[in-house]
Design a protein around this ligand. Structure first.
Ligand code: ADP
Ligand code: ASP
Ligand code: MG
Length: 421
């Protein structure tokens, strides 16, 4: 007997028919003798619908003052899901109980709309499991120290599931989704993308942080920190397939490098359309400018990603960086109202129509010339690179958004990712 956590994403929970299917699959695992905790997302489209309602009521919904209420609204999607799933499990003849985040409780900090899980109480859940119940816990939501409902950022149910698995010391956390594993890149963009049987934790971390939405980045961080065995697999296989076969399907995230069978230089390609580029032009080139610009931005709680400072020309330089598109307007306002006048810079320009495309692979550590090959593939397609950033196991470029799919396809081909490893 093992303790298993299943997570089902929005599409997997997308209709009452699908929820009944999820219940049948969970029942199969329970009947095989496992203790089951299930963490579902809101039904597909529901979180967008809820946030849309909020935006109708308050168009500038991203400003700081609205964040608490946004979480109150967005968290409700998951509450409906847990209730429906527990009901479906009961209809299958199982004992099941649903909990909202605050009832467990899943404790988070107070960063509304992007809260971090701080701890999860396992007492109640353990008692239910010991009594033979299936426990269904909301994804995406928690409660802060003052008792306010919080949410964990888009895609946050992955993190809820892995955090629950870590708190319960589960034997495995299975992330059921609408693809049958982690691919070399998003199969919606590149139909030739290949499923990876395993991916190293470090690569998965990079892929997720660089935009592969198959797992939320924080779920991968949790899995690494608490060594939670993690697998991504399909919820669209027939629910009654052999359990042993199902348990081995999909993609396993591995923690030992030498466990990795598919040793490629580049393992995957990630992309991200959520950023915007900002350039502060004509900044006097003297010590401390990066601090003056980015320190002010950080104080406003805005995360900065790629940063570039150009060579100076006649004592002046241009300084560019990217932020999340939701923070774009706020950052430009902040620069124009406070930072630019203080610095004596000339002006601020911006571009929201950019994207970041990245190649990822632990093999890059021991191979030279990988970035050059990337740049060549892009230049052969006539794609101009606006910014570059590298680390040991990834290289990212910022390019015009309209070339994103072309760039991803060209790189996928250039690194032979469509070929069986
Ligand atoms: P869920 O609702 O189950 O959480 P998501 O939509 O959040 O599902 O994540 C699954 C989606 O992630 C897939 O449908 C796919 O389009 C996308 N995706 C992006 N990159 C990858 C990748 N490298 N491998 C697999 N899927 C990916
Ligand atoms: N329902 C939330 C979202 O759409 C969380 C999740 O699906 O993981 O972002
Ligand atoms: Mg998701």
């Amino acid at each position: 007997m093992a303790l298993i956590v299943h997570k089902y994403g929005g599409t997997s929970m997308g209709s009452t028919e699908r929820i009944k299917n999820v219940a049948k699959r969970v029942a199969k695992w329970h009947r095989a003798g496992h203790q089951m905790v299930v963490v579902p997302s809101a039904m597909s489209g529901e979180t967008n619908r809820l946030l849309g309602l909020a935006k109708d009521v308050a168009p500038s919904v991203h400003s700081a003052q609205y964040q608490r209420e946004l979480d109150m609204i967005a968290s409700t999607g998951e509450q409906v899901s847990v209730g429906l799933l527990a009901l479906a499990l009961q209809a299958e003849g199982l004992e099941a109980v649903s909990y909202a985040g605050w009832q467990v409780p899943v404790r988070t900090d107070s960063a509304f709309t992007k809260a971090r899980i701080e701890s999860i109480d396992d007492v109640r859940v353990r008692a239910d499991l010991a009594a033979g119940k299936v426990v269904v816990i909301t994804g995406f939501q928690g409660i802060d120290p003052e008792g306010h409902i919080t949410t964990l950022g888009r895609g946050g149910s992955d993190t809820s599931a892995v955090a629950v698995a870590a708190a319960m010391k589960a034997d495995e956390c299975l992330i059921y989704t609408d693809v049958d594993g982690v691919y070399t890149t998003d199969p919606r963009i590149v139909p030739d993308a290949r499923r990876l049987h395993t991916i190293s934790f470090e690569e998965m971390l990079e892929m997720a942080s660089l935009g592969s939405k198959v797992l939320q980045i924080r779920s991968v961080e949790f899995a690494g920190k608490y060594k939670v065995p993690l697998r991504v697999l399909s919820s669209f296989t027939p629910w009654d397939i052999d359990l042993e076969e199902e348990a081995k399907s999909g993609t396993l995230i591995t923690f030992e490098e030498d466990e990795k069978m598919e040793q490629a230089v580049v393992s995957g390609i990630a992309f991200n359309r959520d950023e915007a580029k900002i350039t502060v032009m004509g900044v006097p080139d003297k010590p401390g400018i990066a601090y003056q610009i980015l320190g002010g931005v950080a104080e406003a709680n805005i995360d900065v990603d790629v940063i570039i400072q150009n060579v100076s020309h006649e004592g002046k330089t241009d300084f560019s960086f990217t932020v999340h598109r939701n923070d774009y307007a706020r950052t430009v306002d902040l620069l124009n109202s406070q930072i630019v006048p203080q610095l004596g810079a000339e002006k601020v320009t911006g571009d929201t129509k950019i994207c970041k495309v990245s190649i990822v692979g632990i093999g890059m550590r021991s191979h030279a010339g990988v970035a050059a090959k990337m740049f060549r593939a892009l230049s052969e397609e006539g794609i101009n690179i606006q910014m570059i950033t590298t680390s040991e196991i990834k290289t990212s470029v910022v390019i015009d958004e309209k070339y994103m799919e072309l760039a991803v396809r060209a790189l996928h081909k250039a690194f032979d990712l469509d070929q069986a490893a």
